[in-house]
Design a protein around this ligand. Structure first.
Ligand code: BDR
Ligand code: CA
Length: 303
């Protein structure tokens, strides 16, 4: 089993990705770090707790970063709703799932106490992983790899050239990407391509209680550009971790633009570099991905 630490900002697609990590038999999810991101930390933390309360799972939830490292926070409440989980009434959160302490230190302890290397997955702004790497650089050698949903090959969804998770904390993303760790990236384009069709949405609804929860959330995603396709970005990172054969992964060197007046937060991906620091998914088998996606939901429903 892969031992995974997840950093997430739930967020509708985060809820799906986290559900998969909680129930997939290939994964031993060790810790959920809730970070500021799609909405404020108050809600992302509440949402992570609400999800686990709903699913009756008991993975410790850690209070992550409240703000990006340098610039003020941004918000995606227009996409995910004011609370981040528009469209579904979750039960009241069980706060006893919270593991108290600083996220970087709790991750460090988990990594150092682990009998084998740990995988990091980031599906929100990367603030907490950057803090971990700065505070405990010795942990790098105990990390298997880091899988990130973030960045864009072409145009962005936050600004013309920046994707939301990277735009949320560009300095943190730059620290993480220059860490030297093996890194796999699910960029914006892959989420766009792996969107959910109407017939798949019907299948999801029919899955059971978890399917119905995800159906309600997905039906309430609001794409700012008016696109009616349901794009589920974060689960594509789970797909890359567990089903890499569905993806075309290409080596690339990524630098985050930190000085651009109009391009701040852009992930500059150089596929011609002879010094790659990532593998970027450039294509996905949408049919296989959709089948897997529905299987993951069924598995969660059987709990
Ligand atoms: C990313 O931004 C968030 O809105 C989603 O949860 C996803 O992590 C897509 O750009
Ligand atoms: Ca997210």
């Amino acid at each position: 089993k892969k031992r995974v630490i997840l950093s997430t900002d739930p967020g509708i697609d985060d809820i799906a990705a986290t559900t998969f990590l909680l129930f997939d038999p290939q994964v031993d999810l060790r810790m959920i770090v809730a970070t500021w991101g799609n909405v404020s930390l108050k809600y992302t933390l509440q949402n992570a707790l609400k999800l686990e309360t709903f699913l009756h799972t008991k993975v410790p939830v850690v209070v992550g970063a409240n703000q990006p490292l340098v610039r003020p926070a941004i918000s995606a409440a227009s996409v995910h709703g004011e609370t981040g989980i528009a469209g579904y009434e979750f039960p009241k959160e069980d706060t006893s799932l919270i593991k108290k302490g600083l996220a970087a230190t709790l991750m460090h302890e988990e990594i150092q106490n682990s009998p084998e290397k740990v995988t990091l997955m980031g599906i929100g702004p990367l603030t907490d992983f950057a803090l971990l790497f700065k505070q405990y650089p010795e942990d790098l050698e105990k990390i298997e790899e880091i899988v990130i949903m973030g960045g864009n090959i072409g145009h962005g969804n936050h600004s013309p050239f920046a994707e939301y998770n990277i735009a949320g904390d560009p300095e943190a993303a730059q620290i993480v990407l220059q860490s030297g760790l093996p890194t796999k990236i699910a960029p914006l384009e892959i989420g766009n391509k792996a969107h959910i069709t109407a017939s798949e949405l019907d299948k999801i609804k029919a899955c059971g209680e978890v399917g119905n929860m995800l159906y309600s959330l997905f039906s309430n995603i609001h794409e700012p550009d008016g696109d009616t396709r349901i794009k589920i970005y974060d689960p594509t990172a789970v797909g890359i971790l567990l089903q890499p054969e569905f993806f075309n992964l290409k080596p690339a060197h990524i630098e985050i633009e930190l000085a651009g007046r109009y391009t701040y937060g852009a992930s500059v991906m150089d596929f011609l570099s002879d010094n790659p620091n990532t593998e970027v998914a450039t294509d996905v088998d949408t049919h296989k991905f959709a089948e897997w996606f529905i299987e993951e939901i069924k598995q969660a429903d059987q709990g």
